[in-house]
Every structure is written in C-alpha cells, then in structure tokens.
Design a protein around this ligand. Structure first.
Ligand code: ADP
Ligand code: MG
Length: 301
C-alpha cells in the first residue's frame, strides 16, 4: 500500500476542511483527486506529504506514519505544491542543486542533469527561474519533486495555468512518470483525468463522494444505463417499451434509438431477443457513457 488515509479530519479554527476522509492508493496507481475549489484537495495533499498535521485520523505513506515518521515520508514522497512556489532569483540548476542538498544527496550534479534532461529543461537550465515561462517553471517544479527518486508523487494542480501545448507536454510527462511511480494529482480538468489517471477520487466539502476507476465513474452516478441501438428497419415506440427493463426511449432518427433503464441492469440481451422476435437486424448497439463533466456536476452540485 502506497498511501493509506483512515478517517482523517482537519479543522481550521472552526471550519472543517476534511471530514472523516478514508481511501487507499496502491503502489503504481495514478489517481486523480477531483473537486471544486475549497473542497479540501490541497489540505489532504499537505497532510499526506507531512507538511500539515491532521486534526484526527491516520495517514501513512509506504508504511510510514505522516506524524511520527515524517522524515521517512518525505524521503518517499515528491511533492509539487499548489502554485509551485519557487525561488525566482535562483538559476534552474542552482535551485535543483540546492534541493538535492536538502535531501543530503552526495555528488548530486549528475542527478540534477538527469532530471533536467527528463523534464526537458536542457535549453533553459542556465536561466533564472523568474525568466522562465509558466510551463517551464512547472517542469522545474517536477524536477524538484523527482530529484530524490521518490516512490510516490503528489502533484497539486500540476497543469493549472498552462497553455494547450504545455498542457499536453506536462501530461505526457506525468503519464511517463506514472509507469514507475504512484501518482496522486489534483485537478479540475476532466479530460486530464481521462488521459492520465486509472482511478478518480472526488471530494466535495471535505467528504469523499466517489472513488472508482475512470470507466466505472463514467457509467454514471445515477442508477440508469442507456443503450444506443440501431436497427435495419422501422420500429415503433410502443414495441420498444415492451422490452423488459426499458423505461425510456428516444428516437435519434435513421432507426437509431436510445433506450434507458430505470435500474442498473443490462438490457442488451433483451434488446437482442426483441430484434430476433421481430425479424430485425441489430446494426449497432453500445452502452452510452456519461461524460466525466456530467458525473462531476452531478456529484458535486
Ligand atoms: P482545494 O485545494 O480543494 O481548493 P483547500 O484544501 O485549499 O481546498 O481548502 C479547503 C477549505 O479549507 C477551504 O474552505 C479553505 O478556505 C480552507 N482553508 C485552507 N487552508 C486554510 C488555512 N490555512 N486556514 C484556514 N482555512 C483554510
Ligand atoms: Mg487547492
């Protein structure tokens, strides 16, 4: 188990930012942590990285308790904080050597150059951080998080504020890193989650409202399944409504129909049987997924 969060509550003054949060992340998983602004994402990440103590509950990373064994936790975790705070007056290489020094790494120069190459900073590493574009600063943030070769990466909104090209580049870098490391990243961009993550945890007002694989989450928050079916001939609504399990129909034209169930049962065999009984051919049939945006809105509004 890479990350284990049990019953974690965090109270700031009188405000509860996290309320009995529990989840587990296995080694090698790439998990998207989603939620509206103020949901508690950054707070959870600061607790996992030993930057902030929880009010109650337990958190361990690679088997180490974040309160009792914070040095071990920091050794195993690479953290890109929200807004990627960096020293703008330092040169890229100088800064990375400085970070390596904090981890007491000996002979860190080759490792720093390796990270510069990995994050695509070869042309920029002689510049001051303040002179870099946002996308390149983000790469410096990632290089900083990776320098001690941590097993777990915690990335708080790693792509916020990037232009579309930078977005694609940073995402593919994260996918690459996810092949070897456990990654937890927060975002509110849904496509990001689809292109990068295996699993999604959605948080709302400090409470986890969903925790599942991307495909399960896309099947919908509602207990409704919708099948798109295309027949070779005309059918009438009354006949379709007789198919066991069908609660709603929608005519898409050209003998194409959307058939919805009221429960989460698979009606495809019944549709197929209907076609056989009525001497129809089924030209296409597939289950309609809800877009992640729809699911996210439903769960967090
Ligand atoms: P997110 O990262 O999902 O936007 P945060 O974890 O930053 O959410 O914040 C969760 C809630 O806790 C918010 O309502 C925020 O205002 C509050 N909060 C965050 N940090 C502090 C703090 N240092 N002091 C008081 N309240 C805070
Ligand atoms: Mg945040």
């Amino acid at each position: 188990m890479s990350i284990e969060v049990k019953d974690v509550t965090k109270v700031y003054g009188t405000q509860k930012a996290l309320d009995s949060v529990s989840f587990r992340i296995d080694q090698g998983e790439v998990v998207g942590f989603l939620g509206p602004n103020g949901a508690g994402k950054s707070t959870m990440m600061k607790i996992i990285t030993s930057f902030l103590p929880q009010t109650s509950g337990e958190v361990s990373v690679c088997g180490n308790d974040v309160l009792l064994e914070s040095m071990e936790v920091r050794r195993n975790v690479g953290y890109l904080p929200e807004n990627n705070p960096l020293y703008h007056d330092m040169y890229v290489k100088e800064y990375l050597l400085f970070v390596a020094g904090m981890y007491k790494m000996k002979n860190s120069e080759p490792r720093v150059m390796e990270m510069i190459a990995l994050t695509g900073l070869e042309k920029e590493y002689k510049k001051k951080i303040g002179a870099l574009s946002k996308g390149y600063r983000q790469r410096v943030g990632l290089a900083q998080a990776l320098i001690h070769d941590p097993k777990v990466l915690i990335l708080d909104e790693p792509t916020s504020g990037l232009d579309p090209n930078q977005l694609v580049e940073i995402r593919s870098l994260i996918v690459e890193l996810g092949k070897e490391k456990t990654v937890m990243l927060s975002t509110h961009i849904m496509q990001e989650v689809e292109s990068v993550c295996d699993r999604i945890i959605i948080i709302k007002e400090g409470v986890i409202v969903a925790d599942d694989s991307v495909s399960e989450i896309k099947k919908g928050a509602k207990d409704v399944r919708t099948i798109m079916v295309e027949f070779d001939k005309t059918v009438i609504v009354d006949d379709l409504m007789k198919i066991k399990g069908v609660a709603e129909t929608k005519d898409l034209g050209d003998n194409k129909w959307l058939l919805s169930t009221s429960e989460s049962e698979d009606i495809r065999p019944a549709i197929f049987q209907f076609a056989v009984d009525n001497r129809l051919s089924v030209l296409t049939m597939n289950e309609q997924e809800q877009s992640l945006e729809e699911v996210f809105k439903e769960l967090t509004n």
